[in-house]
Ligand binder design. Sequence first.
Ligand SMILES: Nc1ncnc2c1ncn2[C@@H]1O[C@H](COP(=O)(O)OP(=O)(O)OP(=O)(O)O)[C@@H](O)[C@H]1O
Ligand SMILES: [Mg+2]
Length: 305
Amino acid sequence: MTSSNHSGAHGAVIADTAAGGEAGALVELRNAGKSYGNIRALHGVSLTVHPGRVTCVLGDNGAGKSTLIKIVSGLHQHTEGEFFVDGLPVRFSTPREALDKGIATVYQDLATVPLMPVWRNFFLGSEMTKGAWPLRRLDIERMKRTADEELRNMGIVLDDLEQPIGTLSGGQRQCVAIARAVYFGARVLILDEPTAALGVKQSGVVLKYIAAARERGLGVIFITHNPHHAYMVGDHFSVLRLGTMELTASRDRVSLEELTNHMAGGTELAALKHELSQVRGVDVDRLPEEKDLTAPVAAPGEGTS
Ligand SMILES: Nc1ncnc2c1ncn2[C@@H]1O[C@H](COP(=O)(O)OP(=O)(O)OP(=O)(O)O)[C@@H](O)[C@H]1O
Ligand SMILES: [Mg+2]
C-alpha cells in the first residue's frame, strides 16, 4: 500500500487515546444519534474510519445513511453520543470545518457546471491564479496540466479535458470528483450512493477509483444499497435499519450471502409476498421461496445443496 501524499498536511498524528477516540482512527462515531425535533433518525450508531480502508454503510430507504454522513460532513450535528476526528472530540457547525479537517463528500448530484470544460470543473471554486493584483488572472495552462496529471495519477484517462463535463458519463464524472477530492487534500472521502444511477460497467469503473483512493491511504465511507458493490471494495460493513446499526462486521466476519440477507430482510420479503397475494393475477405459490429471493444471484464456488 502506498501512503498518502497528504497525510501530515492536516497534522494527522497517531491519536492520543487519552483524548477519548480510538488510536489511529481518522473518524469515529460512538453511540451517535440524531433527532430532528421528535423524529429520531439515528440512534446508538458507532462507526470507525481508518486510513487505507473502505467502510461501507448499507441500508434501505430511510435507514439513516444520509443522516449519518451529514453528521460526519458537518451539515448536521449529532444530538447524542460522541464524534471524534484524529481521536479528538469534535462538533462541526459547517461543512467547511469538516473540509478543513480533510473530510470531503462527493454527493450524488455532483456540483458541476455541465457546460464548462473538465479541467475548469476540477478547479471550480479553487482556481489557480498568476500575477499580482491588479493584473492577477487565471493560470489556465497550469490548471489544465495539473488536472491532467491528477486524473492520470488516479488512472483516469480522458481524451480531452476541454470537453464540457456534461458530456462525460455519470461514472466518469464521479471519478473526476473523486480525483478532485484527493488532489485538494482529502483524508476521508465520503461517497453517497455513487453507483446508484449507474449500469454495471460504469459502476465497475467507480469501484476501481474507490479502490485507488484507498491505495493512496484515504479512509473511504462508501454509502450504498448494493451489497455486491459493497463487497467488491469494502473492508468493513455496517448495515443500518430504521436508524440503528443492525450489523457491523469486518470483511473476515461476514460473507456476501449474509450481507445480502441482511439487506434483503427475510421478514420484509414475506410481508411483500403477502401483499402481492392480494393482487389479482399474481400466483404467490409460484413466486420463489424467501431463501431463493435472498440468495445471491450466482454464487461462484461452493453451492449449497
Ligand atoms: N431534515 C429532516 N427532518 C425530519 N426528518 C428527517 C430529516 N432528514 C431525514 N429525516 C428522517 O430521518 C430518517 C432517515 O433518513 P435518511 O435520509 O438519513 O435515510 P437514508 O438511509 O439516507 O435513505 P435513502 O436511501 O432514501 O436516501 C427518515 O425517516 C427521514 O424521514
Ligand atoms: Mg440518503
